[in-house]
Ligand binder design. Structure first.
Ligand code: AMP
Ligand code: MG
Length: 406
């Protein structure tokens, strides 16, 4: 295994290894208030029919449709039923009840005529129905949406706002969801300063740390920021010992071939098993991936665009799998290219683009960029074009794989 790691491997092979080494995190019981964005780890069933009673879907009059086969028809109003209250009368022949949206239908009634199609008669004690109503009109029968005992959600379902509404609707206030991944983020480089500092000659601000932390948080992770790590074996060793207590450690910089690229040596010394060191991807060829016990480690390239591309392609699927998400690798789609793109062959290229939808068709426009350091250009992208490794030119109008960015 070890000697294979010097080989440059394809993107799909790299992703396969990453997902193979990624374990789904255990489930924990959480309250609905903190469930947004988590992934469900249990089956959930309806506790009762929904709606629990036949209910009015309009403000108007509950009636017996057989009494209004011709219009206008005059009916005696026997009561008023607001939402939240049970009716007290059973409707007999020629009777109606004033009813509000959401209120239970009285016994005997089988339809509602909306208030706009009625007018009061006899000072409001009767109602004139101005249009014929069919049986069932504006009525939601009991159990129309859900039957008691029916499964409403399954393991792997993302807890979206609407699903949190569903859980609340079936009285499920706590659910089992996979634990959030704990990710340690450590940008490395002697040239880096915090954004709050004025860079001295030769220095630059650390953009990877905040960008990668934000990317992790957006995917549901809890982030431990280890701060800027110097290009120094002792500092790196200390950083690794702290970071390896997480589920995932993200380092950036220090993985190319320079004299100060010390990350791989430090990983070896800390006993991290390395699975690959080079991926046939542009930008981002030097991308190290390993594991020590339950902690996955990524050594991402230092160039800001490279590190974010590797994050999207390899790290994001891993974070998704950890949280029990369905189809962690299934985010790519197809789109029509709107302008030709010229590339070197040999590696799969990921280029910034603007994805939009025109009717049924997805279209992507490349964004001009100077390359792996052009974070401003990358920041305008909402998707990445995926140029296959064997293509040096892709024409306008061709169908291309694209990776939407969240
Ligand atoms: P390295 O991979 O350490 O050789 O870095 C490659 C390039 O990325 C160099 O130009 C670095 O200055 C730049 N770089 C490395 N780390 C960061 C960072 N955290 N933020 C912005 N640029 C970085
Ligand atoms: Mg460096």
């Amino acid at each position: 295994m070890k000697d294979l790691t010097a080989r440059m491997i394809g993107v799909d092979e790299a992703l396969g290894i990453v997902l193979r080494e990624t374990s789904v995190l255990p489930a924990e019981s959480i309250v609905l208030e903190s469930a947004a964005g988590r992934v469900l780890a249990e089956e959930v069933f309806a506790d009762a029919d929904q709606p629990p009673f036949a209910k009015a879907m309009m403000d108007g009059f509950a009636l017996r449709s057989m009494d209004v086969t011709a219009a206008p028809a005059e009916l005696e109003v026997v009561e008023e039923v607001p939402a939240g209250r049970m009716p007290t009368h059973t409707l007999g022949e020629g009777q109606a009840a004033r009813i509000m949206t959401g209120a239970p239908l009285p016994e005997g009634a089988d339809a509602v005529q909306m208030v706009e199609k009625t007018e009061p008669a006899m000072g409001g004690r009767w109602v004139r129905i101005l249009e014929v109503v069919q049986a069932g009109a504006h009525v939601a029968p009991r159990g129309r949406e859900l039957r008691a005992g029916q499964r409403v959600l399954a393991p792997g379902d993302d807890l979206t706002p609407s699903r949190i509404g569903v859980l609340s609707g079936v009285g499920k206030g706590t659910v089992l969801a996979h634990r959030r991944p704990r990710v340690a983020v450590a940008p490395t480089g002697d040239e880096l300063v915090h954004w709050g500092a004025t860079p001295k000659p030769g220095q630059i601000r650390n953009s990877n740390g905040p960008a990668l932390s934000a990317a992790c948080r957006q995917l549901g992770a809890e982030v431990l920021e280890l701060g800027i790590i110097r290009d120094d074996a002792a500092a790196l060793g200390e950083c690794l010992r702290k970071g390896l207590a997480s589920d995932l450690l993200l380092l950036s910089g220090g993985v190319s071939m320079g004299t100060y690229d010390l990350v791989e040596g430090a990983l070896d010394r800390e006993g991290v098993e390395i699975f690959f060191r080079k991926v046939a991807i542009r930008p981002g060829k030097p991308a190290v991936f390993g594991r020590k016990r339950n902690c996955l480690v990524f050594g991402l390239p230092g160039n800001p665009v490279s590190s974010l591309v590797i994050f999207q392609v390899l790290v994001a699927p891993s974070l998704r799998k950890m949280q029990g998400g369905a189809m962690p690798q299934g985010r790519e789609m197809e789109a029509l290219l709107e302008a030709p793109v010229v590339q070197h062959t040999g590696r799969t290229s990921y280029l910034p683009g603007t994805l939009r939808f025109e009717g049924e068709s997805a279209r992507i426009q490349p964004i001009p960029s100077s390359g792996s350091a052009d974070l401003p250009a990358y920041s305008r992208a909402n998707a990445l074009l995926v140029i296959p490794a064997d293509r040096d030119r892709v024409e306008a109008g061709e169908k291309l794989r694209v990776l939407p960015l969240d």
